[in-house]
Design a protein around this ligand. Sequence first.
Ligand code: FES
Length: 246
Amino acid sequence: MTAPFDPRPPTEHQFLLDGRPVPFTEGQTILQAARAAGLYIPSLCWDPRFVPHGSCKLCVVKAAGRHVSACATQAREGWEVESSTPEINDMRRGLLQMLFVSGEHFCPGCEKSGHCKLQALGYEFEMLGPRFPHFHPQRPVDASHPELMLDLTRCVLCELCVRASREVDHTDVFGVEGRGIHKRLVVNAPSGQLADTPIAATDLAARICPVGAILPKGRGFAVPIGERPYDRATIRAPIPGEEDTP
Ligand code: FES
């Protein structure tokens, strides 16, 4: 006998995040469901407009006894997911400290200060010092473009600009070369210079950098220090007009 027709929408599933129920629909990741429910799991390389990249690992949570990337792991019915525990937050702090020493992140001298997700995450996880020796990488600054500046010493290899230029702007301006410690962002032009690409300041690739690696010229201090989004609220609070950004 067939089941009687049920006009109600399919029931949502549910998992627990730090003991709080989170509804989800089939196929949603832990991070998507948590954000939809207004619960915060940190992220740096995730953006809802792109397929998860899973590189920064700041979204790590413990689900079914294993550490997984919340941005790339589909939620499962009945899972008990741990996110904000001292152990996981200490891992996140360590990842942040590694990111800080892998590049040159001198927040007081950076135009992105107060609008930088790396800096805001450092505050969020109470990062008080570097923990590891500074790498001081020798990487170039590209000031060739009339509207944009590219400082590779600040790049955290989230590849958001790569994905934005490929999938939204359709310009393929950015790419990544090398592996491990030698991995680096490259500009796809014979000269390797931004000026020799079609990128414009209005392109998503030019605006999506979560740190101060890609910056518009001539607007650095249009919003004074102290009045910037993360000067006024923590990274847990969405920035008005940027609710969809990671
Ligand atoms: Fe999930 Fe970066 S690995 S946000």
